[in-house]
Design a protein around this ligand. Structure first.
Ligand code: GTP
Ligand code: MG
Length: 316
């Protein structure tokens, strides 16, 4: 009987680049959420479902918490974080040892809104880097940790930990998961299919994997001006056929994504195809085109059309 299984929702939150998506992937053993060395990679919340004998935890990976201008994609991202924090059983607050207290204060301010009843696990990530770091780096990390603990408590957050982990190597992750399970209540599984890893359709992951390669192959700023839309996803074709459009904001950006004689888009396409094939476990045909959707990251109607709706409810 499954009656003794525990269930709950845990949001993974923190500033950009703290390693939230890396941790979700590590726990699920799958590259569900895209990871890049650049900040603000994750734009939408991504649900990862962990089902074990003990029960089921719904992990919600969230965009990095930062100061966002009104009205554009960044406001959407912060709305996603706030929405993801509603009704959670616990939060994992990821802290990058190299972060600054000013960045963490934004996170603390948001988590304070949860009130004192929601446990917040302070997760000190990237300890593998810290071990190799200089004395100055270690000193900074300890001072940061102390400050974050102090300020979180002052803000009325029910803080647990800190838990030292490496999302990359998996070190410490079990010791974080165990007390989290303890926190949860017995109940029926929220997703009855125990193989299901997320609530998102395959098309979403395909678009994200293309976006991931844009972060890898394009310069510092350009990836933030790109949005990916899968126009065709033909599962009955052999090989499976994917056609996607990369929207940029200005004419000048189009050529930068395509590159001289199409070299750049070819590189992006080859890398993305590899990732998608691994994810789907099948060969695919990937067709990419680049299109200008003027100022899409600022225009409400474009944001909505791309699924980054500012006003409407988004399912968890
Ligand atoms: N060395 C080391 N690197 C890590 C660890 N966790 C994450 N990283 C790296 O940190 C960078 C950011 O990781 P992400 O998982 O994309 O971070 P995020 O918090 O999801 O970032 P946003 O989506 O931008 O908010 C990537 O280059 C990761 O490989 C870790 O434990 N150790
Ligand atoms: Mg992320």
């Amino acid at each position: 009987m499954n009656t003794e299984r525990k269930v709950g929702v845990v949001a993974i939150a923190g500033r950009p680049n703290a390693g939230k998506s890396t941790l979700l992937n590590k726990i699920l053993g799958s590259t569900l959420s895209i990871v890049t060395p650049k900040a603000q990679t994750t734009r939408e919340r991504v649900l990862g479902i962990l089902t074990e004998k003990k029960g089921q935890i719904l992990f919600v990976d969230t965009p990095g918490i930062h100061h966002a201008k009104e009205g554009g994609i960044n406001e959407f991202m912060m709305k996603e974080v706030k929405g993801a924090l509603e009704g959670v059983d616990a939060v994992w607050f990821l802290l990058d040892p190299e972060s600054k207290i000013q960045a963490e204060e934004k996170v603390i301010a948001l988590l304070a809104g949860l009130g004192p009843n929601v446990p917040v696990y302070l997760v000190f990530n990237k300890v593998d880097l810290l071990k190799r770091g200089s004395d100055r780096v270690k000193k900074h990390a300890l001072e940061l940790l102390e400050l974050v603990v102090k300020k979180s408590k002052e803000a009325g957050i029910q803080l647990k930990g800190p838990f030292e982990i490496s999302a990359k190597t998996g070190r410490g992750v079990e010791d974080l998961l165990n007390p989290t399970w303890e926190e949860l209540k017995v109940g029926p599984l929220l997703y009855s299919d125990e193989e299901q890893l997320s609530d998102r359709p395959t098309k979403f992951f395909v678009a994200e994997m293309i976006r991931e390669q844009l972060f890898h192959f394009l310069g510092e700023e350009l990836p933030y001006s790109c949005a990916v839309e899968v126009e065709k996803f033909q599962e009955d074709a052999k090989p499976l056929r994917v056609e996607a459009v990369i929207h940029v904001e200005r004419d000048s950006q189009k050529g930068m994504v395509i590159g001289a004689k199409g070299a750049k888009i070819k590189e992006i396409g080859t890398a993305a195809r590899g990732r998608i094939e691994k994810f789907l476990g099948t060969k695919i045909f990937l067709g990419l085109r680049v299109d200008v959707l003027k100022d899409w990251s600022k225009e409400a109607k474009h944001l909505k059309a791309l699924g980054y709706a500012l006003g409407s409810e988004v399912s968890r």
